[in-house]
Design a protein around this ligand. Structure first.
Ligand code: CIR
Length: 254
């Protein structure tokens, strides 16, 4: 059984962190409806959704992916790169205590879960504005006993590693090579996003299924041509807060 931890969209999302986007109005009701659609899709694709209570004073708290990284053996509670997001980890850690032993990233380390891409026993971590080398070193030390190797990856032009590259199958990555180089991921195969769809590399693959955004129809066609079936979920309101599909859940085996 897969569990997906989510959190309701905060009414303060209008004050979210923004790095690459200009602020534009976010329709809270629409964002919440779309988020409900996302949770329904998670359930349809086989997850038991555990929704955490709203955090009215934590604008970015819907983006639970950044607060933890869950492995079969342990859950790493991150120390997000944006100071405004650090209090988000508390509620997520409490929820994860029911499922895993916890390990914590500590000062001066910073890690956003959006920078952590797992492919079997290889863990790729974006060196970004949010995740630093001290944080990566702490992840490496925490995972070493379990046989994982950790690989730092430079990202440029986007917020997180998983803005630039995500798995769409056991040995295939969807990638935007303008934001991250392909080399380090060999021998995994890559599929390029359509050049007109820079933000199209964030797909959510789990349990043999791929959740994808209808905002990137050209890349969707490329995926379908490869025989990858898609469940389309629109999170356009949360995209205004620089969030995408992977950001809104923590998915793991119970
Ligand atoms: C932030 O800047 O932290 C949020 N506004 C967006 C976080 C998106 N999270 C993700 O890509 N994992």
């Amino acid at each position: 059984m897969l569990v997906a931890i989510t959190r309701e969209v905060s009414p303060s999302i209008t004050r979210c962190e923004l790095t690459h986007l200009q602020r534009q109005p976010i329709d809270l009701e629409r964002a919440r409806m779309q988020h409900l659609g996302y949770e329904s899709a998670l359930a349809k694709l086989g997850c038991r959704v555990e929704k955490l209570p709203v955090e009215p004073d934590l604008p970015d708290s819907v983006f639970v992916e950044d607060t933890a990284v869950v492995f079969n053996e342990t859950a790493l509670i991150t120390r997000p790169g944006a100071a405004s997001r650090r209090p988000e980890t508390h509620g997520v850690a409490l929820a994860l205590l029911a499922y895993r032993e916890l390990a914590f990233i500590e000062e001066p380390g910073t890690v956003d879960g959006g920078d952590v891409l797992c492919a079997g026993k290889k863990v790729y971590i974006g060196i970004s504005q949010r995740t630093n080398l001290a944080g990566i070193e702490q992840v490496r030390a925490a995972l070493k006993p379990f046989g994982y190797t950790v690989h730092g990856v430079q990202v440029k032009g986007c917020l997180h590693l998983k803005s630039a590259v995500t798995p769409v199958g056991p040995d295939t990555l969807l990638i935007n090579r303008r934001w991250v180089e392909r080399g380090i991921f060999k021998p995994l195969q890559v599929l390029d996003v359509d050049p007109l769809e820079s933000h199209g590399a964030n797909a959510l693959w789990f349990g043999g299924k791929v959740m994808y955004s209808p905002a990137f129809p050209r890349t969707a066609k490329r995926l379908e041509k490869r025989g990858i079936g898609l469940e389309l979920v629109d999170l356009s309101e949360l995209a205004k807060a620089e969030g995408a599909l992977t950001c809104c859940s923590l998915i793991f085996k119970q």
